[in-house]
Every structure is written in structure tokens, then in C-alpha cells.
Ligand binder design. Structure first.
Ligand code: HEM
Ligand code: HEM
Length: 233
């Protein structure tokens, strides 16, 4: 009794973003330089991690992938006028209610396609990705021969880039920690295979019109709402 929640395009965007960001974490961290200090370069096949030119090359490589996927993501959703994931008024209050409900087992407020904390999580991660792209591009100019940038600009870009590194670790850490809550784990198949249970949709995402419509159609073939009567997310 499953319905489609995440299109193939969304799943590819999510996977490519996650892979490029993990790549940027790893290669950016290498420039600090940390791996030689902790002798990761002495582990078989990891000698390259202590080579600044190699980690920088890979940092540029993942940057290009990230910038490309960000452009694709923005264009795709603008053209299709899909804005379900943007924060709405009252999201902070409603997120607290959803989290309290998950801890206490009480009933939670109804959600749209995304839970309020998912919309806030998106805005937080998206904001810091944009900051990393802007500061990263300026840092790239600094590395090009023949381009002289103002020292204050270089100083601030470097510090904001480092702050963004920390904020994204917090953001991604918080995102993954959300799956410690059992009800949220039901969203994992949606990001992997695209599908989600229609009873889950009806019990948690009542304000997601397209999802409820699809769920009703699927459930009709299985005896209607009766099929979900014992369901608890
Ligand atoms: C750098 C790593 C990652 C980034 C930047 C990232 C970013 C995001 C964002 C912005 C969203 C939408 C807002 C939200 O649901 O909170 C999302 C959704 C999601 N992500 Fe990630 N993610 C990352 C890694 C992962 C990993 C490793 C997993 C799996 C273990 C995962 C599973 C999911 C799931 C299940 C959803 C919800 C999908 C839905 O509501 O249908 N993410 N991710
Ligand atoms: C998730 C995104 C990113 C993370 C977590 C990240 C992380 C880091 C870290 C930790 C450093 C080392 C600190 C430093 O040398 O100042 C660094 C350096 C750097 N990053 Fe990023 N970065 C990201 C995105 C980008 C992007 C998109 C670009 C380019 C468009 C970029 C370009 C650079 C450059 C040029 C350096 C300095 C290399 C040097 O001159 O030593 N970064 N990054």
C-alpha cells in the first residue's frame, strides 16, 4: 500500500548533494592539515590525504559537483513551481510540538508534505551551502595567480568558510540525529526508493494534498481507511 513521495530527480539531487558535501568535509578538513598530524596518511591507500595539492584538487572537484547540483535543483523546482519545502510561518512552534509529541507519544499536529522541522532543516542547510559556495569561490580567486584580493576580504572569507564548515557539520549531524526518532525512520525508504506507506501518509501528512489523494486511491483497492485502522507511526 505504497505511494510515491520522492521523484527520481529529488533522490538523485539528495544523493549527489550528500556525497559532494561529505567529499568537501573530508578534503577541506585535510587542508587544515589534520591527516598528517594524526598519521592517516600512513594507513594503506591513504597517503594522498596528506598531499595538499591532491586534497585541494578533490575539493575543487566536489565544489563543481555541488554548484552544478544546486543550480539544477533551483531551476527544476522554480520551473515546476514546487515550494513545499520552504519554511512557513509558525514552523518553530510547530516543530517543538512535533518533537514533544514524538518523545511523549502524544498526538502530533498534522503536517504537509514535510514536517515543520524538515522545512527549517532545509533552510538551515541551504543557507550554509550558499555561504560556502560564495566564500569558496572568493577563496578560489585568491588561489589564482595574477589576482590580488584585499587582505580583509581574504581574512573574512576564510573565517566565514570555516564557520560554515562547522555549521554544516551541525546541520547534517542534526539531520541524521532526526532518524533516532522511530517515526522519522519511515521517511528513509522515501529517500532511497521513492515510495512511502499510504497509512503513514494519512496519519502524519494529512495536509499533503497530492499524497492524500494518491493514498486514498491506493487504499480504495484495499478496503478503504479500514486498512489503516491499527496503524500507528
Ligand atoms: C551531507 C549530507 C546530507 C545533506 C546535506 C542532506 C540534506 C537533506 C535535506 C535538506 C533534506 C530535506 C529536509 C529534511 O528532510 O530534513 C533531506 C531529507 C532527507 N534526508 Fe538527507 N541529507 C544528507 C544526508 C542524508 C543521509 C546520509 C540520509 C540517510 C541515512 C538522509 C536521509 C534523508 C531522508 C530520509 C530525508 C527525508 C525525505 C522525505 O521527507 O521524504 N540524508 N536531506
Ligand atoms: C560543504 C561545503 C564546503 C565545506 C564543508 C568546505 C570546507 C573547507 C575547509 C574545512 C577548508 C580548509 C580551511 C581553509 O583552508 O581555510 C576549505 C578550504 C577551501 N575551500 Fe572549501 N568547503 C566547502 C565548499 C567549497 C566550495 C563550494 C569551494 C569553491 C567554490 C571551496 C573552495 C575552497 C578553497 C579555495 C579553499 C582554500 C584552499 C587553500 O587555499 O588552502 N570550498 N574548505
Amino acid at each position: 500500500m505504497k505511494i510515491e513521495r520522492q521523484s527520481l530527480s529529488n533522490r538523485i539531487v539528495h544523493a549527489v548533494t550528500a556525497m559532494s558535501i561529505f567529499g568537501l568535509f573530508f578534503t577541506g578538513f585535510g587542508q587544515m592539515p589534520v591527516y598528517k598530524r594524526y598519521m592517516l596518511n600512513e594507513v594503506p591507500f591513504m597517503a594522498w590525504t596528506a598531499d595538499y595539492n591532491i586534497t585541494l584538487w578533490w575539493h575543487y572537484f566536489f565544489s563543481v559537483v555541488l554548484i552544478g547540483i544546486v543550480f539544477y535543483h533551483l531551476t527544476y523546482h522554480f520551473l515546476r513551481k514546487e515550494f513545499d519545502i520552504l519554511p512557513k510561518k509558525g514552523d518553530v512552534k510547530h516543530s517543538t510540538e512535533v518533537i514533544i509529541a514524538m518523545i511523549t507519544g502524544k498526538e502530533e499536529p498534522p503536517s504537509e508534505k514535510y514536517l515543520p522541522e524538515q522545512r527549517l532543516g532545509y533552510a538551515f542547510i541551504a543557507f550554509w551551502i550558499v555561504v560556502m559556495i560564495i566564500t569558496g569561490v572568493v577563496k578560489t580567486f585568491k588561489n589564482m595567480s595574477g589576482i590580488d584580493l584585499n587582505n580583509d576580504l581574504i581574512f573574512w572569507m576564510a573565517h566565514i568558510h570555516n564557520l560554515g564548515f562547522f555549521m554544516l557539520i551541525l546541520g547534517v549531524g542534526g539531520h541524521l540525529a532526526a532518524f533516532l526518532f522511530k517515526p522519522n525512520r519511515k521517511l528513509l525508504p522515501a529517500m532511497l526508493w521513492g515510495k512511502i506507506c499510504s497509512c503513514y501518509t494519512k496519519s502524519r501528512h494529512i495536509k499533503w494534498e497530492a499524497g492524500i489523494k494518491q493514498s486514498n486511491e491506493v487504499l480504495k483497492r484495499h478496503g478503504g481507511d479500514e486498512a489503516c485502522k491499527d496503524y500507528k507511526h
